[in-house]
Write a protein of this length. Structure first.
Length: 358
């Protein structure tokens, strides 16, 4: 009997396999009708990342604007289910409804300080005697010395932190405020003991050099009458409390116009805190009879490179500049650098806990 015609092949998930052609045969006289095989269900379609989803899930994702590639399936084998698409759609709606973070408020603009017009404007007046004395001494010093300056940058973060911790108890115990100045005087005086060429005097007439055996430090004080420099005698033998008390007492006498000539003489070295008025550094003039003067700049917060055990990091630190002006007739640049480095090391180590009672 002739062979019956083959039933139509069901569609495959990928490309349909070719069906071999039936051998030619005469059509049968009375062939029973063949019922076509039911169509196979549509195969699940792959997502961009290879997971398979059903047409229903794909349609649901399209209606809700869900990117199937971003959905993690919870079905067997990681398949994406209808519930996964619904959850992703709801999460997207919640994120869209959330208020955007407010932009950081811009810092308030600083107000221009009100400046009063000085009554001296437009006048010609007689130079005060003290101003003339200061001027004569400065000109004399510049003419007689070969002056120049060296600068180092100092990280005083630890020092400022210790001061902040101790200032209240220090004031209650010692009766004076704890400013940063005593720390600088202490460090400068300590370093002078190891670097006597900075704490010296040239005796031109005799052709000799005197290296002082004590450190009497002049501190420049701004007053209504002009700059005056009272002297902390034997500062190298004083602790932080002793220096703080001497500084407060001498500065108070200058401003009250009660300073004596003896308290203004005998300095072997001088410190000028130009940073108290905001200056970063200054090329200060060495006073007559000395070979060096130390200038302290303003302490400001700046980003700085910090070496730690874990490596190099960037941090915000309290930084200041120290300037040493010196007489090159006696002090070489290397001498100045060594002295400044010693002062810097003392300040950055900040080992003042015992003296501060911490």
């Amino acid at each position: 009997a002739p062979a019956a015609p083959a039933a139509p092949a069901a569609p495959a998930a990928a490309a349909p396999a070719p069906v071999a052609p039936a051998a030619p045969a005469p059509a049968p006289a009375a062939a029973a009708p063949v019922t076509p095989a039911p169509a196979a269900p549509a195969a699940a379609q792959p997502t961009d990342e290879g997971a398979y989803v059903t047409p229903l899930v794909r349609k649901l994702a399209a209606e809700n604007g869900v990117d199937l590639a971003s959905v993690k399936g919870t079905g067997v084998g990681g398949r994406i289910r209808k519930q996964d698409v619904i959850a992703a759609a709801e999460a997207a709606k919640a994120a869209a409804a959330a208020p955007a973070p407010a932009a950081a408020a811009a810092p308030a603009a600083k107000k221009t300080p009100a400046l009063e017009v000085s009554p001296l404007r437009g006048q010609t007046v007689k130079m005060p005697r003290i101003r003339k004395v200061i001027g004569d001494n400065m000109v004399k010093a510049l003419h007689e010395q070969a002056q120049l300056s060296s600068v180092v940058e100092v990280d005083v973060t630890r020092l400022m932190r210790l001061r902040g911790q101790a200032k209240d108890s220090f004031a209650a115990r010692e009766g004076v405020k704890l400013s940063p100045m005593p720390f600088f005087v202490k460090a400068a005086a300590q370093a002078l003991k190891a670097h006597p060429v900075i704490n010296a005097k040239i005796n031109e007439a005799e052709g000799t050099i005197t290296y002082f055996d004590s450190e009497s430090v002049g501190i420049a004080v701004d007053s209504e009458k002009g700059l005056m420099t009272p002297v902390i005698k034997h500062a190298g033998d004083l602790n932080i409390a002793g220096i703080a008390k001497a500084t407060a007492e001498l500065a108070g006498k200058v401003r009250a116009n009660k300073i004596t000539p003896d308290e203004l003489s005998g300095a072997t070295f001088t410190i000028s805190n130009t940073g108290s008025r905001g200056a970063l550094f200054d090329t200060i003039i060495v006073p007559p009879g000395q070979v060096a003067i130390l200038g302290i700049g303003a302490t400001v917060k700046r980003p700085a490179v910090i070496e730690t055990e874990e490596g190099t990091v960037i941090g915000v630190r309290d930084m200041t500049y120290l300037t040493l002006s010196y007489d090159h007739r006696l002090v070489d640049g290397a001498d100045a650098a060594r002295y400044l480095t010693a002062v810097k090391a003392i300040l950055e180590a900040g080992e003042f806990e015992v003296e501060l009672g911490l």
